[in-house]
Design a protein around this ligand. Sequence first.
Ligand code: CP
Ligand code: NVA
Length: 304
Amino acid sequence: MDKLQHLLTLKDLSQEQLLALLDLGKKIKANPAQYSQALAGKSIVTLYEKQSLRTRVTFDIGIAKLGGHAVYLDQNNGALGKRESVADFAKNISCWADAIVARTFAHKTVEDLAEHGTVPVINSLSDMYHPCQGLADFLALSEQFDDLSKIKLVYIGDGNNVTHSLMFAAAITGADMVVICPEGCFPDGKVVTDAQELAAKHGGNLTLSTDPSAAKNADAIYTDTWISMGDSITFDEIKDKFAPYQVNQQMMSDLGIGYFMHCQPAHIDQEVTQEVFDGEKSLVLQQAENRMHAQNAVMVTLLT
Ligand code: CP
Ligand code: NVA
């Protein structure tokens, strides 16, 4: 298996690499003591151009559980390209740290960090991708389904960074995926084409629809905010267009849907109702917990 250099997008992973990360994530989760010194003496710098709860906490606590150490740079001190260039951030941090974890507006910024630095870069959310989320989500799905290549995963709502990463995870594992969005809110066309090619290669399928009934018999339905960080649109401008795409109990029952998933933060009574979000079929806290285990698998893989 080729050695991974960075985690910028799941598209870069072979099926073997992706399944190995999920497998390692499960092992670390099941047996944390065995990995308590896996990254002893290693340090990461985590940079944030945007807000975070889950990502910040899971990287900080996650690396500590592996015996390593995280330095957090907030939206002021992690403001790439303002006080100094992205290239200089990358070159300087590479002098001290063993990896850079970056949450950025433009995806190009994480690519530039990887180009100019000499240590692994982990994308912890850009405008295009959220690969750590996608890995954690597929770890959560693998805890419910033995064979990911047999599941039907539906994403409903705004086609965004999280959708893109889920599309690649589904394509690489050979799952069937349906992405349901209002007209004009579909995922990036090139990402769709690339994911469809990967899906075909791995025996999966990726289709798009504007019709919420295309979620029928989904093993899991996933939604995310209708307005992502950095989007300039207002809720009033989009609420009518998105209203039929809300995940509620009626949709779950009428369409025979199995599990509910959300990366969080959730906007209750917008993309999902409280009842579904807190319901017995909701995997949201397993997803949140698995952020740490999946990322720890990524860090162990990249840094050892
Ligand atoms: N899902 C996720 O990335 O959450 P945060 O924005 O809180 O990090
Ligand atoms: N699509 C959302 C995900 C947040 C974790 C955003 O980019 O804001």
